[in-house]
Design a protein around this ligand. Sequence first.
Ligand SMILES: Cc1cc2nc3c(=O)[nH]c(=O)nc-3n(C[C@H](O)[C@H](O)[C@H](O)COP(=O)(O)OP(=O)(O)OC[C@H]3O[C@@H](n4cnc5c(N)ncnc54)[C@H](O)[C@@H]3O)c2cc1C
Length: 381
Amino acid sequence: MDFEFNEDQRAIQDLVRRVANEKVAPRANEIDATAEYPQDMFDLLKELGLFTLPFPEKYGGMEDSISCCIAIEELGRVCYNTAYLLLVQWLPFGAILAGGSDAQKDKYLPGLASGDLRGAFSTTEPQSGSDVAGIKTRAVRTGDGYVINGAKIWCTNAEKADFILVAAKVGEGKGTSSINMFIIDRDTPGFEVGKKEDKMGARGVPSNALFLSDVYVPESARLGPEGKGFKIVMEAFNKSRPYIGARAVGLSQGAIDHTKAFIKERKAFGQSVSDFQGVRWMIADMETKTEASRLMVYKAAAMVNAGIRGNELASMAAMSKLFATDTAMDVAENAVQLFGAAGISSEYPIGRYFRDAKVLKIVEGTNQIQRNIIGKLAFAD
Ligand SMILES: Cc1cc2nc3c(=O)[nH]c(=O)nc-3n(C[C@H](O)[C@H](O)[C@H](O)COP(=O)(O)OP(=O)(O)OC[C@H]3O[C@@H](n4cnc5c(N)ncnc54)[C@H](O)[C@@H]3O)c2cc1C
């Protein structure tokens, strides 16, 4: 087993770490405080060509999951929201690459790779999040297409997206077999982006409601064969789940970096707080769990690169998301504790890490749902 990054991966790590420290870190608090979309950060990622990383060579990319995790980890170390910009771009990409027709790939993938197009992804509805089979949005067949009606919530990037992948049921089938994904361009009549959530974390990238009122789409807007859309997307998500884990690893490492700097300077009982053995044990646990998360996340990414799929990848991807995001919450909580009252003040960045960590345990399948996946696969033949 090789634990070393190759030359290209090291070059990406050096570049993104430098840019993160010089250009992204100084903006991170402001993005969180104002909850304004960081267009300057999007432009920076675009200029650096980072959106291309997971794309096949044909679209100018490296198709390297490990490089993707490196970029997300380095950005996530200083700014959750900037790391999120990469991820939000890569979720619709993965789904279209996995199940899109040639025409859909030609229309959307080059623009997503370059950053000239932005996408979003929407399954969640007011009455059903984890229970995707409970969605009520319906697509009714007309002669040459579908008419879609329904309402969605929590669609991240909807405000900025040129197109959105929307889940809708066709027919009355139970479970997820009737769920289809439709690629809906933002300017389609009847399609409206609604209220923006006022969020506790992940504040820089907006999440909105969507309203679909008699939205007509041609059959060519459906992803994959009828009834297969959801399965295609879930399999694509197994490949992108390590990125969520990478964001958690970056968050944990960033929280540790800030904490070590703070407790070295902070004095109590005539010595630096960092010199108390009880405090060092806390740091030791934070470092150990973060490193364990890192190993899991990069193993899952290496499995994606090696072409491993099915239950083996699904289980590892879920375990890495679960462990890395539980760790991020744990690390961020201890980080705030070590800051003392300063951890509660918005003058210091650490509260932002704490709030963003909580989001990670809920998005892309809550951590209970990850446990359900792992538990189910543990008994699969
Ligand atoms: C910042 C943010 C961004 C988001 N972006 C998007 C997006 O871009 N697109 C999109 O479609 N959605 C998005 N979501 C929604 C997200 O996917 C859902 O919030 C998530 O799937 C959970 O659904 P829910 O909130 O309806 O909770 P529920 O499903 O109602 O769950 C409530 C609680 O019950 C638990 N629970 C539910 N079922 C089980 C079970 N079987 N076993 C054990 N526990 C269970 C859950 O884990 C949770 O703790 C976003 C959410 C957030 C917070």
